[in-house]
Design a protein around this ligand. Structure first.
Ligand SMILES: [Zn+2]
Length: 124
């Protein structure tokens, strides 16, 4: 990983921190000022949803033009996943510092104590 790849990245547009004005951190995700502005525009311009109609979900990859565009997005999407995994590991480390057992952490994550330990302890 290069230094640039380790920089926090917007979880929506996948731009790295120096390329955006402000990057707001959430639990395992980030959002940049441009994406907040876009979301605000969408929310303000969209009529209230009809609760009786099913929500139509559009996957981000459906907006890509072709295989080259999808392939070009793969490294950035993989980085976003690595970033979320890194932040999750930081949360687990903090839970351990606060006295949580591996059993309690595993329960919170819906996995066995052993699985949580293997994934996050850093021990073999
Ligand atoms: Zn963004």
């Amino acid at each position: 990983m290069t230094n640039r790849e380790q920089l926090p990245t917007c979880s929506f547009c996948l731009k790295a921190y120096p390329d955006v004005g402000t990057l707001v951190a959430g639990p395992g995700v980030y959002i940049c000022d441009e994406c907040v502005a876009l979301c605000s525009e969408l929310i303000a311009s969209k009529p209230k949803p009809n609760r009786r109609e099913p929500v139509r979900r559009i996957a981000p990859w459906d907006a890509e033009a072709g295989v080259d565009a999808v392939l070009a997005s793969l490294p950035r999407v993989a980085h976003a996943g690595e970033q979320a995994e890194y932040v999750l590991a930081q949360y687990v480390r903090k839970a351990r510092q606060l006295g949580a057992t591996w059993a309690v952490i595993g329960q919170a994550l819906g996995m066995a104590r052993q699985s949580a330990w293997e994934r996050f302890s850093g021990e073999e």
